[in-house]
Design a protein. Sequence first.
Length: 232
Amino acid sequence: WNGLQRGHKGVITSFCHDVGSFEDAFKIERLIQDFGFRQVDLVEESIITISFLEDNQKKKMKLYYDPLFDSWKIQKVTKNFQRHAIIDIISGNKTSNLRFIIKSQIMIPIIKKYYKIINNLQRSNRFLGRMYLMSGKVPLQLDCHKMFIRQDDFPLNSNFKCTRVRQSIIKKRFINESYQLNFMSTLQDEEGIVSSEDTINLIHNSWISPSSSERNSISETINFARKLTGMI
C-alpha cells in the first residue's frame, strides 16, 4: 500500500458510502461534536464526467463550468482507468453501502478534436433549449431535466461513442486534522436512463499528497469509516 504511486499516473483512493439524505441537522452536529469536523464554505459546482469509446479504448473526459465564458471547459482526459481493489465492508440492496476503492488512470493530451466536440455540443439546439428551461423560475422536478449534458447530445460517431454521462455536485465538505469528507449528489445518464445517488467520500489527508502515505492510514481509515457509518 505504501509503495503505490500517487498523483499524475498513480492511484486514487477513497471510501465511498451511499446515503439517503444530507440534510439531517442532528447528524451534521454529531460530525462536528463527536469527530472534530468543521464545515468548509464552498460554492456548489457541478463536475461532468463523460465516458466514451475511442479506437476501441475506454476513456473519460472531465468538464468544469467556467462562469467567465458561461460555458463548459475540458479539465482533463484520461485512459486506462482501472479499479485495482474494492473492499465491501457493508453492502446490500436496501441498506447503505460502504466500500474502499483503489483506482488508477493515465492523463492524455487534450486534442483539438475534443475541444471541437464539446464546443459544438454547446451550440446545438438541444443544449441551448435545455439551458433555457434550466434558467427559468419553475423548479425542475425530473432528474433528467437537471442534467446539463445528456448522453444523446453526442453525435453517433464510430470513433467517439459516448457511453455514459455523470454529473456530480459537492454539496457539503467537512475537514478535520486527518480526513476530508465530501457529500456528493450525482446524476447519471446511461442508455437513456437517468439515475441518481447521494454518496459521502472519506479521504485520508495523506492520500491526497503524491509524496506521502502514512503506514497505518488504511486500518485507521477503515475503523474511522465504520464509526461514521454507524452515525450517518
